[in-house]
Design a binder for this molecule. Structure first.
Ligand SMILES: Nc1ncnc2c1ncn2[C@@H]1O[C@H](COP(=O)(O)OP(=O)(O)OP(=O)(O)O)[C@@H](O)[C@H]1O
Length: 257
């Protein structure tokens, strides 16, 4: 595909290529399922992985998977038409997640976390069904650092997200190739290339998780003084100093005297 803004395209492609190399995200013979929600991030991920695939010395296959959670108005047909136009293999799985959430959700529990858990389970099952050993998700750099802050501020845990991780099913490796790409690069890329973004149509769509919103605001504020603040947080995740932490298990495993 021809992308508008060649410079931006190359920057994103190079960042994805670097992540693939740094974490060994894609290997010879992989069948990679790309989870495409119809949002800007996963469209970007799929298109960039396809461009890399065409140029890569290693051979791998791609297919796109979409979960229709059953929210009225979700336009999986728009996603399917775009992917068909660009020649991607694609499967849409219709589920009854909306009904399950309405029945099972306890008052006060987070809508998004139940929905995400159900979707993730369905994606693992589908990846296996289609013979895909990898599942690529569209989380980007901002997601990593916001999650890092959220876990520190509200959970009391020093963790972000894994760029590569074996799923609970023991079969599927989850990969996040957009780890080095900032959301502010994805927004103009998706817009400029007219990716047909569709809303998930869930009852809380757009009313993003308030705590995550707070983290976004905090980072924006900090960026006024230090524009590289998010990059610095990401670097911190790759530069852990166990001696200067309080985790006793970690001290034992690192044999710190
Ligand atoms: N309905 C879905 N079908 C397939 N994959 C999904 C679906 N919803 C989410 N995903 C996958 O999980 C990732 C993270 O989901 P999240 O809901 O946080 O979306 P997001 O950050 O808004 O990204 P996007 O712009 O791709 O929707 C998505 O980028 C996508 O890879």
């Amino acid at each position: 595909m021809e992308f508008v803004d060649e410079k931006l395209y190359k920057r994103i492609k190079n960042a994805v290529g670097r992540a693939v190399a740094d974490f060994g995200l894609i290997e010879e013979g992989d069948r990679v399922a790309v989870a495409v929600s119809g949002g800007k991030d996963s469209y970007t991920l799929l298109h960039i992985l396809e461009e890399l695939r065409r140029r890569a010395p290693v051979k791998y296959e791609l297919m796109a998977l979409t979960i229709d959670s059953g929210y009225p108005g979700f336009r999986s047909d728009v996603i399917a038409a775009h992917l068909r136009e660009h020649g991607f293999a694609h499967h849409v799985e219709s589920t009854t997640h909306y009904d399950i959430i309405r029945e099972k959700r306890r008052p006060g529990s987070s809508y998004c976390s139940i929905c995400a858990r159900l979707k993730r389970g369905a994606l693992y099952t589908l990846a296996q069904r289609f013979g895909c050993n990898k599942l690529a998700l569209g989380h980007h750099l901002d997601d990593f650092v916001e999650t890092l802050l959220l876990n520190q501020f509200y959970v009391g845990s020093l963790k972000a997200m894994a760029p590569r991780m074996l799923a609970d099913n023991g079969e599927t490796t989850v990969i996040r190739p957009l780890v080095y790409v900032e959301e502010r690069e994805i927004i103009p890329f998706a817009r400029g290339n007219r990716f047909p973004v569709v809303c998930c149509c869930c009852p809380v769509c757009g009313k993003a998780d308030l705590q995550r919103k707070r983290m976004k605001e905090l980072l924006k504020e900090l960026e006024k003084e230090n524009p590289a603040v998010k990059r610095s947080l990401l670097r911190a995740l790759a530069n852990v100093q166990p001696r200067h932490l309080l985790d006793r298990e970690l001290q034992r495993t690192c044999a710190i005297p």
